[in-house]
Design a protein around this ligand. Structure first.
Ligand SMILES: CN(C)C(=N)NCCC[C@H](N)C(=O)O
Length: 288
């Protein structure tokens, strides 16, 4: 099994993560808290109460975990394509796989990565939702002191299964949308590249950026539900499942709830995924 794809996926994922993290914090807060009037209001309040550091809450953990998650996604994707088409990454420009194979390999990558992503994503969302400013004398301490304390507290208060809260919604979000992600990327690269050649850097940046926007646009409704289910254990608002969370969110906030965070997520998705695909492609060419 070629391992270069796993390593390239890890490095490219970490680069994308740092670039997009402040956008991600604003998105998570808009999706799970009703105190903000919009993106600007959330930006201003976060900056005033928590300074610039507020936008990077809980980032150390995803940086470490993206190593696992993104390398599993890209590694499983590429190795599934290898199994389906018997072509390696380098051979795929001369013998491009069908879009059905790309979709299937993307869905497989998305499905498998959920097992690694679920606990990391839960901890990230819980830490991003802590709006207390950094420890000041006299101010109440935040509930979680950091990622490890958060993981231990969840295990103690909600049991080890608590770490997988929201995992069903995450799986429903990621399995099809990762198929769409890789198909969009491949399709856009092929449109702008002569047959048999490697896409230029500009093509990779644009294709990666739009793959991010398209896949996140489709993923947003389930992303909202996933984030709410992950926060449920904390706020003692328990949902009976994905459908119950959907129904109760729509009942209270209308259909617009499914599009919470869409704008900020699209703004985040373009640079993050442009950089992710560019570094992934170049690392593999460099090693190839
Ligand atoms: C729609 N979904 C779930 C995705 N496209 N997932 C791939 C993640 C890519 C990048 N780390 C990001 O956070 O955008």
């Amino acid at each position: 099994m070629p391992v270069e794809e796993f390593v390239a996926g890890w490095i490219s994922g970490a680069l994308g993560l740092v670039l997009g993290y402040p956008f991600d914090t604003v998105k998570v807060r808009l999706q799970t808290q009703t105190t903000y009037r919009g993106i600007f209001d959330c930006l201003v309040k976060t900056y005033r109460h928590e300074s610039l550091l507020g936008f990077f809450k809980g980032m150390s953990f995803p940086i470490a975990s993206i190593a696992v998650v993104n390398s599993v996604l890209f590694g499983v994707y590429s190795n599934t394509l290898l199994a389906l088409t018997a072509t390696s990454h380098q051979e795929r420009r001369a013998q491009p796989p069908s879009y059905a194979h790309v979709f299937l390999a993307g869905c497989t990558g998305g499905f498998v990565q959920v097992y690694c992503l679920a606990p990391f994503d839960l901890i990230k969302v819980r830490l991003q939702n802590q709006t207390e400013p950094r420890a000041r004398p006299g101010s109440p301490p935040p509930r979680y002191r950091g990622p490890v304390h958060c993981a231990v507290s969840i295990c103690q208060e909600e049991g080890p299964r608590g770490l997988f809260r929201g995992a069903w919604a995450l799986m429903l979000r990621d399995t099809p949308t990762l198929g769409i992600y890789f198909v969009t990327y491949e399709w856009l690269c092929r449109q702008s590249t002569p047959e048999g050649q490697n896409p230029s850097s500009a093509s990779v940046l644009v294709a990666g950026g739009f793959a991010g926007i398209v896949s996140w646009a489709v993923a947003t409704p389930l992303d909202v539900i996933k984030s709410r289910m992950q926060m449920a254990g904390l706020k003692h608002r328990v949902y009976r499942g994905v459908l119950d969370c959907m129904a109760s969110s729509v009942r209270q906030e209308g259909l617009g709830v499914f599009f919470r965070g869409l704008t900020i997520n699209s703004a985040r998705a373009f640079p993050v995924n442009a950089v992710t695909f560019l570094s992934y492609e170049y690392l593999l060419r460099w090693w190839g």
